[in-house]
Design a protein around this ligand. Structure first.
Ligand code: PLP
Length: 430
C-alpha cells in the first residue's frame, strides 16, 4: 500500500506516494509489497550499523524491562552516565561532559544556547553574533536554521531569530582558484572569516559554527588542509568559541570517531546525533569543554534548556550499544578500509561520467556533484528537480541514495550523498 494520499500522517512531502517500510535487516529495508531497498545512504547518514542489529535491540529490550523513562529534573540514570563516560573517554581533548538531546537540530540549538549563556555567565553579554557558513545545514529548528546556510530552507522563515553572519564554505571544487594551492585557498577563507569578525567587532561574536565535513547541502565538503587550524587560531585570538557540528560527519562516518581529529583541532562544543544511536532511537548530544561546564557550575548552576526527553533511558541504551559495537568490532578501521575500496569503485564508475563533476568524501561519506558538463561545472536548472528524479529512479531500482539540491542562486546544485552502513560488506558496497 503506498502512503500519502490515503494517509493521516502529515508527511513532509505531500505530492509523493511513499512505500511503507515494514522491516529492516543488515543494509536493506523491505516494504509492504516485499520489495527490498539497499540502504546506500543509511537513510540520511544515520544507520551506521544497518538495520536489525541484534546487540542494539537486546540492549534496548533490557533497558525497557528495567526502566524506560525517568525525567532528568528528578533523576540521572545508570545508562546515561555510562554513555557519557564512554563518549567523554574518546572525545576531543578537554571535553568533560555530554548533554543528551533527541536529535541533531536539538543538539545544535543546545550548543548555540550554551555558547550564548557561557558569555552571559562570564560577564560578556554584549556577545550576540554567530558566524556560520553558506551552503551549510545545521537543522530545521529556528536557531539551527538561522546558522544554516541553505538559502532555500531559510527563505520563507526570515527574519530568523538570532544574529548570524555567513561566510564562504570550504568548497574546493568550485571556489579554489587555479593559481592557489589548497592551503592558500584555506588561508583565504580564514582571512574572510577574520574580516567578518573585525566588521562585527571581535568582542561581539559568540561563536563560529561549522560542519567539520559539510553534509546535507552541498553533497559532502571535506575541508582543505590547515583550514580548521587557521579557524581555531583566529577564534582563540578573539575569545570566540568554535562549535563544530558533527551531527552527520561524526561518530565514525569519516573513519575517525570525530571528523575534527583529522584536522588537528579541538572545538569548544561538538554536536553529534545521527550515528550516535544509529537510528535505533532518536538521540543527539553536545560534548562540551570542561571550562564551559565549570563556568556554569560555578555560576548560575543551570543550563536553561531542559526538554522533556533529555537523556531518555532507552535512547541512551541504544546509543551505548551502538558505540560499544563500533569499538568491539573495530568498525572505525573498517570504515577506513572499506571507504578506500568504495572510493575506488565510485571513481571507476563515475570519474568519466559526463554529468558527475566531482566525487569527494572521506571514510564511508561520499558525495557526487552533478553538472551539465564537466568543463563548465554548470549546475542543472533547479526546475528540472534532478535530485528528486534521481531519488525516485533509484528507489524504483531498489536503491536508497540521499540526493539534495535545487537552488542555484543559493548555490546548492544537485548532489547525491552516499553514506552506507559501516557494516556493509565489500560485495554490498560494490
Ligand atoms: N546538523 C547537521 C550537520 C545535519 O546534517 C543535520 C541533519 O541532516 C542536522 C544538524 C539536523 O539533525 P536532525 O535532522 O536530527 O534534527
Amino acid at each position: 500500500m503506498p502512503a500519502s494520499t490515503s494517509t493521516r500522517v502529515f508527511h513532509r512531502q505531500l505530492h509523493h506516494d511513499l512505500p511503507v517500510a515494514v522491516s529492516g535487516q543488515g543494509i536493506s529495508i523491505t516494504d509492504s509489497a516485499g520489495k527490498a531497498y539497499l540502504d546506500a545512504s543509511g537513510g540520511a547518514a544515520v544507520s551506521c550499523l544497518g538495520h536489525g542489529h541484534p546487540d542494539v535491540i537486546a540492549a534496548m529490550h533490557a533497558q525497557i524491562d528495567k526502566l524506560a523513562y525517568a525525567h532528568t529534573s528528578f533523576f540521572t540514570t545508570e545508562v546515561a552516565e555510562e554513555l557519557a563516560d564512554l563518549l567523554i573517554e574518546s572525545a576531543p581533548e578537554g571535553m568533560s561532559h555530554a548533554y543528551f538531546v533527541s536529535g541533531g537540530s536539538e543538539a545544535v540549538e543546545a550548543a548555540l544556547k550554551m555558547a550564548r549563556q557561557y558569555f552571559v555567565e562570564i560577564g560578556q553579554p554584549q556577545r550576540r553574533h554567530f558566524i556560520a557558513r553558506r551552503q551549510s545545514y545545521h537543522g530545521n529548528t529556528l536557531g539551527a536554521l538561522a546558522v544554516g546556510g541553505n538559502a532555500w530552507r531559510r527563505e520563507q522563515f526570515k527574519p530568523l531569530l538570532i544574529n548570524v553572519a555567513h561566510v564562504a564554505p570550504c568548497y574546493e571544487y568550485r571556489d579554489r582558484r587555479e593559481d592557489e594551492s589548497a592551503e592558500q585557498y584555506g588561508q583565504r577563507l580564514v582571512a574572510e572569516l577574520s574580516a567578518t569578525i573585525e566588521q562585527l567587532g571581535p568582542e561581539n561574536v559568540i561563536a563560529f559554527v561549522a560542519e567539520t565535513v559539510g553534509g546535507a547541502t552541498a553533497g559532502v565538503l571535506p575541508p582543505v588542509p590547515g583550514y580548521f587550524r587557521g579557524v581555531r587560531e583566529l577564534c582563540d585570538r578573539h575569545g570566540i568559541l568554535l562549535i563544530l557540528d558533527e551531527v552527520m560527519c561524526g561518530m565514525g562516518r569519516t573513519g575517525t570517531l570525530h571528523a575534527c581529529e583529522q584536522e588537528g583541532v579541538v572545538p569548544d562544543l561538538v554536536t553529534i546525533a545521527k550515528g550516535l544511536g544509529g537510528g535505533y532511537q532518536p538521540i543527539g548530544a553536545v560534548l562540551a569543554q570542561a571550562r564551559l561546564v565549570d563556568t556554569f557550575r560555578q555560576g548560575s548552576g543551570l543550563f536553561q534548556h531542559g526538554h522533556t526527553y533529555l537523556g531518555h533511558a532507552v535512547a541512551c541504551a541504544a546509543a551505548l550499544a551502538v558505540q560499544q559495537v563500533i569499538r568491539r568490532d573495530g568498525l572505525l578501521a573498517q570504515v577506513r578500509s572499506r571507504g578506500e575500496a568504495f572510493q575506488a569503485r565510485l571513481l571507476e564508475a563515475f570519474s568519466s561520467h559526463p554529468h558527475v563533476g566531482d566525487i569527494r568524501g572521506r571514510g564511508l561519506f561520499w558525495g557526487l556533484e552533478l553538472v551539465t558538463d564537466r568543463r563548465s561545472k554548470q549546475w542543472f536548472d533547479p526546475d528540472l528537480k534532478l535530485h528528486a528524479r534521481i531519488k525516485k529512479a533509484a528507489m524504483a531500482e531498489g536503491l536508497m541514495v540521499y540526493p539534495m539540491g535545487g537552488t542555484v542562486d543559493g548555490r546548492c546544485g544537485d548532489h547525491v550523498l552516499l553514506a552506507p552502513p559501516f557494516v556493509a560488506s565489500e560485495a554490498e558496497l560494490a
